[in-house]
Design a protein around this ligand. Structure first.
Ligand SMILES: [Zn+2]
Length: 311
């Protein structure tokens, strides 16, 4: 629901809803996320308001449901195809939208990662923005507005999101927000008295593995005894990813989520960036295998041996 953003992104929310309520929507918005990690969700929730038959920010009509289920014919989302958003993707979009222009419905397209438009795609979108068609709204999302073509920026209403309020003082709240999308899951993680222990357990494992290498295999049963179910494993791998992403963030801008492990993260930040990236890629690759029911002992062996192989 777009209403969910009414306090975290109060200014942006108010500007956009005022436009809707006063029937003064722009034909193109550029959402500058400033690193806020739910920028795309924000854009999609706003698109839902634009498409909703009631123009509501808290609604469950059939159109809203179709947006939630990614089957709304009047909403098109464009993501990177590889490294870039390509001209063919823009051409497809324009063809699709002009074909349906007989219907009276509003149509919305979201370009997620507008800084990734390559030169020809930028030119193509520019033409689209210069001659706005009635009822078509563009929402561009970027976390890097300086890499969006100036002529594109100048044709959009720029909406700045704030990132300063998205981090709480409580580590557990930040971890929960990062791990889960649903408020039910977020709350139960925050209120579970075991959550901090579970995080601590994984961080201890990461540190043990880092200092002891292959010897970790000998003690894996003791180190890893709490982890049994598929969900446990996914959680564990997510915390490992969070930890290594924190190491990178620490190197780049000093901001981390796992604040209670600042000292460890600082120590790991002496590794070079490409080495940390390799570790992250290994963890992502192995995490994907959890979904395909890999044998868990084998998975941990691969992690330990893989980490050692990167050294
Ligand atoms: Zn609705």
């Amino acid at each position: 629901m777009f209403f969910d953003f009414s306090s975290v992104q109060a200014i942006a929310y108010r500007i956009l809803m005022n436009g809707v309520r006063n029937n003064k929507c722009s034909h193109a918005y550029l959402i500058n996320t400033n690193g806020y990690n739910k920028g795309f969700d924000f854009a999609k929730a706003f698109a839902k308001v634009l498409l909703c038959s009631n123009g509501s920010d808290e609604c469950n009509c059939s159109v809203c449901a179709s947006v939630d289920n990614d089957v709304c014919p009047d909403l098109k989302v464009i993501n990177c195809d590889g490294l870039w958003i390509k001209k063919e993707q823009m051409d497809d979009l324009q063809a699709e939208f002009s074909m349906k222009s007989v219907s009276s419905n509003r149509k919305v397209y979201i370009i997620n990662g507008a800084h990734n438009l390559n030169a020809s795609a930028s030119n193509s979108i520019l033409k689209f923005l210069e001659e706005p068609e009635e009822g078509i709204v563009a929402i561009l999302v970027t976390d890097n507005i300086y890499n969006v073509l100036g002529t594109i920026v100048s044709r959009c209403q720029v909406i700045n999101l704030n990132n300063s309020d998205t981090y709480s003082d409580s580590m557990i709240v930040n971890v929960a927000n990062k791990l889960y999308d649903e408020s039910g899951k977020i709350d139960s993680f925050i209120n579970d008295s075991d959550s901090l222990d579970k995080i601590d357990h994984i961080i201890s494992f990461i540190k043990y593995l880092d200092s002891n290498g292959l010897d970790t295999m000998l003690y894996i049963n003791d180190l890893w005894n709490k982890y049994i179910s598929k969900d446990d494993y996914i959680f564990a791998f997510d915390i490992m990813l969070m930890y290594y992403n924190d190491v990178i963030s620490y190197k780049l801008n000093n901001r981390v989520i796992l604040t209670e492990y600042n000292d460890d993260i600082t120590r790991f930040s002496s590794y070079d960036l490409s080495y940390i990236m390799k570790r992250i890629n290994l963890i992502i690759e192995l995490k994907n295998r959890i979904y395909s029911n890999v044998n868990s002992a084998l998975l941990m062996d691969k992690l330990i041996i893989g980490m050692e192989g990167l050294k």
